[in-house]
Design a protein around this ligand. Structure first.
Ligand code: NAD
Length: 421
């Protein structure tokens, strides 16, 4: 089953449980607009090639389309449609006045120089310019895109419109209209949700062993925030492999080592083993997913826990900081094994929430401090948690089904009021 089919099946399951109006369901099964663009790139060696770019606008009944732009060699239309659909649902779970979209360019960014990446980004903006804008569709960072890429988008769009229109994109550098706290918002929001879940079990952070797959923006920040709040991080991984330290590891030291060596898998030397009896070892990406732990945070890509490995997961809780990391077949196996899955549309909604705060600050041209951002984020995440937890109890269903139900109630209300929009 493809990622998009998987997403539609999740909608269908939740719709059945809550008896969603069939008219609303059919509207949400179809993205409103789908764009594919061909982007010419003049390579530094003088050769010209053409790469494919995508933007899918799923639904804007609740407000302007919102969703990241991904640079990855595997980007394709099915993936972007799935991610755009999840964005509509995610914004609805946290009750933001935003719709859902997603974009991507099918390139391996490592294979291009910064000058070439800037050229690709600016040409992509020129091709999708008629369809984006602060009131219509606002992109943001995602896999392999960062504040610099967002600055290129904001600058190119402003040039095309002949005025400063920074609000066309979020996740910008703070010196160029960004919000403080956007960098680690996804992880900060994730921690608020995980804290609530742990509180519901009466389990303390210091007794909670966490394994994290993916050590990029979402995963490395999550490792650091959890570590600073007392959680015990016992293993992390990136695309080249994993590092397992049974006694726990320091994410900042791991990041410093990764910057030098290229991968967390090459870390774990003596400085990681200060006490007698401590031990660290390299683990493969497959082994990391099977480690015995309390919480397995998935912060890499989609389709990581599937019917092939779901039976081997030893974690008690799976926390989806990535989008779509668990397939629907795996979900069934995990539910039977009483493994709790905190779904992407709730777990990683902190990122889009602070993106929304950035839009508000851009509009007001008045900027908040980090405490104000953190307080407002916590309020949004805890309220979303409470709504999802209530629906989980009411419908005796999984957290994923409860999160989808929470989102679908809100979308159903808006779509019905707007005449399906
Ligand atoms: P990123 O590119 O910064 O990091 C991805 C990390 O995953 C890298 O460390 C990469 O090496 C690692 N990785 C890739 N394949 C792996 C594998 N098989 N095993 C282990 N590690 C692997 O991307 P990101 O922004 O951190 O996004 C990660 C996920 O989180 C994506 O699904 C994204 O959609 C989601 N997400 C990100 C944000 C955000 O604000 N950045 C917000 C919401 C959701």
């Amino acid at each position: 089953m493809s990622f998009f089919e998987n997403t539609l099946k999740n909608i269908a399951e939740a719709a059945k449980i809550m008896k969603l109006d069939a008219k609303v369901e059919v509207v949400l099964q179809h993205p409103k607009r789908v764009l594919e663009v061909s982007i010419p790139v003049e390579r530094d060696n003088g050769q010209v090639e053409v790469v494919q770019g995508f933007r899918v606008q799923h639904n804007d009944a609740a407000g302007p389309y919102k969703g990241g732009v991904r640079f990855h060699e595997d980007v394709n239309m099915d993936e972007v449609k799935a991610l755009a659909t999840l964005m509509t649902l995610k914004c609805a779970v946290v009750n933001l006045p935003l719709g859902g979209a997603k974009g991507g360019i099918a390139i391996d960014p490592v294979a291009y120089s910064p000058k070439e990446l800037e050229q690709i980004t600016r040409r992509y903006v020129r091709l999708i310019e008629p369809f984006i804008g602060p009131e219509t569709d606002v992109p943001a960072p995602d896999v392999n895109t960062d504040a610099q890429v967002m600055a290129w988008i904001a600058d190119e769009y402003s040039k095309l419109k002949e005025k400063n229109m920074w609000g066309v994109v979020t996740g910008k550098p703070v010196s160029f209209g960004g919000s403080v706290g956007r960098d680690d918002a996804t992880s900060q929001g994730g921690m608020f949700i995980l804290d609530e879940l742990m509180r519901s079990f009466g389990k303390e952070a210091k007794n909670t062993r966490v394994v994290i797959q993916g050590f990029g923006n979402a995963g490395a920040n999550m490792a650091n925030i959890l570590y600073l709040n007392g959680y015990n991080i016992i293993a992390v991984s990136d695309s080249k492999g994993g590092l397992y330290c049974e006694h726990g590891l320091d994410p900042l030291a791991t990041m410093k080592c990764k910057v030098k060596s290229g991968s967390v898998a090459d870390c774990g030397g003596e400085e990681f083993q200060p006490k007698a009896g401590d031990s660290c070892k390299r683990v493969s990406n497959e082994e990391l997913l099977r480690l015995d732990c309390d919480v397995l945070v998935l912060a890499a890509l989609e389709n990581q826990i599937t019917e092939k490995n779901a039976n081997e997961v030893q974690a008690k809780i799976i926390f989806e900081l990535a989008n779509g990391p668990t397939t629907i077949e795996a979900d069934e196996i995990l539910a039977k094994r009483n493994i709790i899955v905190i779904p992407d549309i709730l777990a990683n909604a902190g990122g889009v929430t602070v993106s929304y705060f950035e839009m508000v600050q851009n509009k007001q041209n008045y900027y908040w401090d980090s405490q104000e951002v953190a307080d407002k984020l916590k309020k949004v995440m805890v309220a979303a948690w409470e709504n999802v937890a209530k629906n989980r109890e009411k419908y005796a269903c999984t957290y994923r089904q409860a999160a989808f139900i929470t989102a679908l109630y809100r979308l159903s209300d808006i779509l019905t009021l707007r005449g399906l929009s």
